[in-house]
Design a protein. Structure first.
Lengths: 448, 310
């Protein structure tokens, strides 16, 4: 046809072509269906927010293994999805079937917001044994008496010390108590014009903030932040006061402002203060072993149990843990498949694959002596042993307002160590803030 | 025009009415995408945030009406007052410092020396840098341990330098110091105003025996006052809304002992870290009130010091 193609004609033709294509597609798919009936595969979606290639691959490998062992089921792992997006999907009524949550209060807050399915009925129905896990990772997943997550790997803190600096100063063994650490620190501290060239030990240096550090010192002095029985914060207590007093005196001895200036010079990777010799000791997580391998392979260091308070020798070998978890969102369509997958992830190769990729440790106790993991590095092996035998607590208690805790502590612990508030005032204020937030949350619970 | 194409025939009143109606319809049709966006993305959120400010709202569950509780709580929240104090410090100390330095720079750059265009460009250039990049740069420049500024203090002046962003006492002065890097925009406005001052007024003043100081005070300042007025208002509003620099420098937190916890940052923390949307909405409306009042006060005062020629 040589006639000019009008717009209307073009539209008509493309529509016809489109219908033709679509019907062809329908026809062929029908034809395929007739020839070989596809098995009914139940597909479950698993969302996680990891995006580093080794971890994405590890999850993909684990799910592939699960799928191979479970004909008729398929878990589809989707990576790089932030937890908030998953939560919005739950709120919007289109939840994934399985989600991984990360440390930092999200678990108890999701549970409090009614976004999670309680796993307790599933545990009871299948008589699933929870004692297989390092208990701190179960404690942090219990909210209002219900279990909301199974662990997926965990991290913990230990005491790092630079053996070269220790040898040069004639110190043969790492400190057993916090008070010993305090003395050794003074010996190893070197001044320079404009501040310090090196400080032996700074109690908060290995933590993301003074707030998250304080929860450990609270444990070390026999304190607790939350009473599960009374469902209230127990921050302003003699034990926590002893902890904050010790910390305040510690920072006073060095001058809190001078320390602020010194820590402002801390960097990451190769510039990490422990790697750069600016700190001779620190309390840090097992990830530091892997960082050392990457950024300072010839660093002569070791890890030891966290020094305890001399008044509380029964709390030697203490640590706190934080971990990732596997949850089943409320409203998900494949509960049975979800439960099957998250329990399967605690068995076989999965815990090893995941721990190796994330540079953390399995939360299943039997894997803590797995030779595939203990052979990675002697210092990493110490972490595994520490978790087997140690006095292990979760970093933060599961409360409806755990997400606010680090910030509430940060402000007042800072004020106390800088002398702007007395330790007593600081703790009283943190407790007040947290109780107010809790009350507001409970008021919403009642009216909802 | 239709009247030109068909001479002698004037459109009737009815026709004109129909045409204007048609024009209105077409106009509305073309404006519709904007109006749709404006109403759904601006007006609705604005009104909704006012409603949310009276509720407890965590985004995931429906909001619960709690009356003025958020506002009452705000006044009892010490961090609210800390953030307000920090922000007002930037308004009361930071803005004048910035404007005075910008004016001095403009005066210098208004002189007739060789290569003045190069100097003007150099002073303006930092304004082009993205805020996040310049904040990170200053974080490094002012690092108390390895920053070049303190290197000068330690190695040349042989004193220990200030702690800058790392210490509570120096954090806000450091912010103001950093802000001077970005005076380019204010400088350009001042420069344009300075160049608009007629030469003959200076001549007349000189004939009347006015010295350099008097000429600056009696001729220059009054004649550039509309520019100063404009800059004052925009800078005050900007200072009340400081966010990006503080967020980058404090790493999302409030800096040393919350010295850099500015109002907008605390608002953000409440909204997105603590998921207290109602509380954050209440903060936003209070900030709106503060900005409105300050702007009105400045407008009021302008009658006494802003001079419009003619």
């Amino acid at each position: 046809m040589n006639s000019l193609l009008t717009r209307r004609a073009l539209l008509r033709r493309t529509t016809v072509a489109g219908i033709g294509l679509a019907s062809a597609a329908v026809f062929t798919s029908c034809a395929g269906g007739v020839g070989k009936p596809a098995p009914a595969v139940v597909k479950a979606e698993y969302w996680h927010s990891w995006s580093t290639p080794p971890v994405v691959k590890a999850v993909a490998d684990a799910t592939a293994e699960y799928n191979a062992q479970h004909p008729g089921r398929e878990v589809i792992a989707r990576w790089g999805i932030p937890a908030t997006r998953a939560l919005l999907a739950v709120a919007g009524g289109q939840p994934p079937d399985i989600v991984t949550l990360y440390p930092g209060g999200t678990l108890s807050e999701w549970a409090n917001n009614g976004a999670l399915r309680s796993l307790t009925p599933l545990v009871q129905a299948s008589r699933y044994d929870l004692t297989r896990f390092v208990q701190s990772q179960i404690t942090h997943a219990i909210f209002d008496g219900q279990l909301y997550a199974l662990p997926l790997g965990m991290g913990a803190y230990m005491f790092y010390y630079d053996r070269k600096i220790f040898q040069a100063a004639g110190i043969s063994a790492p400190p057993k108590t916090l008070q010993e650490a305090q003395q050794i620190s003074q010996k190893l501290t070197e001044k320079s014009l404009g501040g310090f060239a090196r400080v032996g030990f700074l109690p908060f240096a290995g933590f993301s903030g003074n707030g998250s550090g304080f929860s450990l010192y609270s444990y070390l002095f026999g304190g607790k932040i939350w009473s599960v029985k009374e469902q209230r914060f127990t921050i302003n207590t003699p034990a926590n006061l002893a902890a904050l007093r010790w910390l305040t005196d510690y920072y006073r001895a060095y001058g809190p402002t001078a320390v602020d200036k010194f820590t402002a010079g801390f960097g990451n990777q190769a510039q990490d203060p422990f790697f750069a010799g600016k700190l001779a000791m620190e309390i840090n997580g097992q990830w530091q072993v892997f960082n050392a391998k990457n950024f300072k392979p010839n660093l002569d260091y070791d890890v030891a149990p966290i020094p305890y308070d001399e008044q509380h020798p029964q709390l030697r070998n203490s640590t706190m843990t934080r971990g990732n978890s596997l949850v089943l969102p409320k409203g998900s369509h494949h509960v049975e498949e979800g439960w099957s997958f998250i329990t399967w992830m605690q068995t076989g190769n999965a815990p090893v694959i995941m721990a190796k990729a994330v540079n953390n440790m399995p939360a299943v106790r039997s894997y803590l002596s797995d030779p595939r993991l203990t052979s990675i590095d002697p210092r990493y092996a110490r972490f595994l042993a520490y978790l087997r035998n140690g006095n292990v607590q979760p970093q933060w208690p599961p409360t409806p307002v755990t997400g606010i805790l680090p910030n509430a502590f940060q402000t007042d612990v800072d004020a106390a160590t800088h002398g702007a508030e007395s330790p007593q005032q600081a703790l009283a204020h943190i407790e007040l803030v947290m109780q107010e937030n809790l009350a507001a949350m409970q008021r919403r619970g009642k009216s909802a | 025009m239709a009247t030109v194409a068909t001479p002698g025939v004037r459109p009737s009143v009815q026709m004109r009415k129909a045409m204007s109606q048609r024009n209105a319809r077409v106009g509305f049709f073309f404006a519709f995408p904007f109006l749709l966006g404006f109403v759904t993305l601006q007006v609705y959120p604005l009104l909704a945030s006012f409603y949310y400010s009276f509720t407890q709202f965590n985004v995931f569950q429906p909001p619960i009406w709690i009356g003025a509780d958020n506002y009452v709580q705000l006044f009892q929240d010490p961090l609210f007052w800390t953030s307000l104090r920090n922000t007002l410090f930037m308004v009361i100390v930071g803005v004048p410092v910035q404007l005075v330095v910008a004016l001095l720079a403009a005066l210098l750059l208004n002189s007739k020396v060789r290569g003045i265009a190069v100097f003007r460009t150099l002073v303006y250039l930092p304004t082009v840098t993205p805020v996040v990049a310049s904040s990170l740069l200053w974080l490094w420049l002012l690092n108390p341990v390895y920053g070049p500024v303190n290197w000068v203090f330690v190695h040349i002046l042989h004193v220990s330098g200030p702690g800058w962003f790392a210490t509570a006492a120096w954090a806000k002065p450091a912010m103001i110091f950093m802000g001077l890097w970005g005076i380019g925009t204010a400088m350009v406005v001042f420069l344009a105003a300075l160049q608009g001052v007629p030469e003959q007024l200076y001549e007349a003043a000189r004939i009347d025996g006015a010295g350099a100081w008097q000429r600056a005070l009696r001729v220059t300042l009054p004649l550039i006052s509309p520019a100063s007025f404009f800059l004052l208002i925009t800078h005050v509003i900007d200072a009340l809304q400081i966010f990006v620099t503080a967020y980058v420098i404090g790493g999302g937190g409030g800096g040393p002992q919350n010295a850099l916890l500015f109002y907008a940052l605390y608002l953000y923390q409440n909204a997105f870290n603590f998921l207290k949307m109602g509380y954050a909405s209440a903060m936003a409306w209070l900030l709106f009130l503060v900005i409105l009042i300050l702007t009105l006060l400045i407008f009021r005062s302008s009658r006494r010091w802003v001079y419009y020629e003619g």
